[in-house]
Design a protein around this ligand. Sequence first.
Ligand code: ZN
Length: 431
Amino acid sequence: MSRGKVPVSHLYICAALAAILGLTFSFGRDVSEATTTLESNPPYAESDLDVRSGLAEPSPEFEATTAQVVVITPGENLSTIFQKQNLPPGDLQRILASGPLADRLHKVYPGHKLTFITEEDDDLVRFVYSSGPLERLIFERSGEAYEVRSEVKTPTIRAAFRHALIKHSLFVAGQRAGLEDPLIMRLEKIFQWDIDFLLDIRTGDEFSILFEELYLDDQLIDTGRILAAQFVNQGELHRAVLYTDSTGIDRFYSPDGESMRKDFLRAPLEFTRISSNFNLKRHHPLFKTSMPHRGIDYAAPVGTPVLAAGDGTVRIASRTHANGNYVVLRHGETFETKYLHLSRIARGIRGGTRVEQGKVIGYVGATGYATGPHLHYEFLVNGVHQNPRTVELPKAKPIPASERSRFEQSTAIILAQLDNHLSGQQVLAAR
Ligand SMILES: [Zn+2]
């Protein structure tokens, strides 16, 4: 939500501009008149909401007001910020007591914005809290107390399309196409069951993405949902489309209604590399003998979260000399997954605990027989070790029959939009 916010520096510029204008006007006039002139002709852009609201609505008793904008930084809280503003602690107490809306102030986070409007005598006449460009709470001084109201804005949503050809990496290609990393990570999550983003990406792969952009007053403020995407990986086409079911839940499906999600993650951790592959005739680096490697080693920094590969129950969460800290999960009758050499097991993970796919069960370490920090991961089908990279993963449920016609109607529109953009893309490429 960083784009579209009024940068503090911008505000300072406005304040400086106001000061200069004020000075200019103050020759031969008194200051309060100069302020009035300024208020009726604000030199700010439309988007400078807080400055405008602070100064543009003249109030008879505002002789001269100052707007101070504070963006909350990590470690700060409201009372320390009020202190730094040299405001009496009573102001914050009165603001917090202004009504149920004020409860929101108990959950302020870094990046949220506070605007302090004080009168010449340092009295806080207005306090504005905003968690982003779409919402703000306005606390207005009224006698000894404050009155609170909220303002919510509805953004305009527009569909945007981007296409990228991969030359070096997925992220570089995405950035060149004007996509921010979090969006590329969401794209990766959609296809993670079909494409191994650690190993399978090649030069010449390409992807296209249709997604929502949120606008406020014609200004881009945020990225919304991904509506559809396709990925051509080593010549193979993968497509996904968003479907909001009749209960309001968003899920990605292939165009024919298969779930993009599978019952197991291909890899139980993110951002890593494989240091030792599944190999039943491996020469063991510690024991210098031929020992089968019945799993995959993922090298990753100590502390990298290890995720449950699928929904299941913890069978073992314990420690042995060889395994170090380890977890074994049971997934129904057929499947079992094992996670070895953890630096520690996540809180709450013990025998019998139910876990969902993607839940953090522990952290990468080098406990037990390990030459360095890595996760040793095993995947067992009916008690037999399988290569988790190549085993056929059971699919999650396809679109239910009751949703089928609704699914087809809604996704046909989105896919037509994607195809439209793609054919435009081809015309461009043919030139
Ligand atoms: Zn291993």
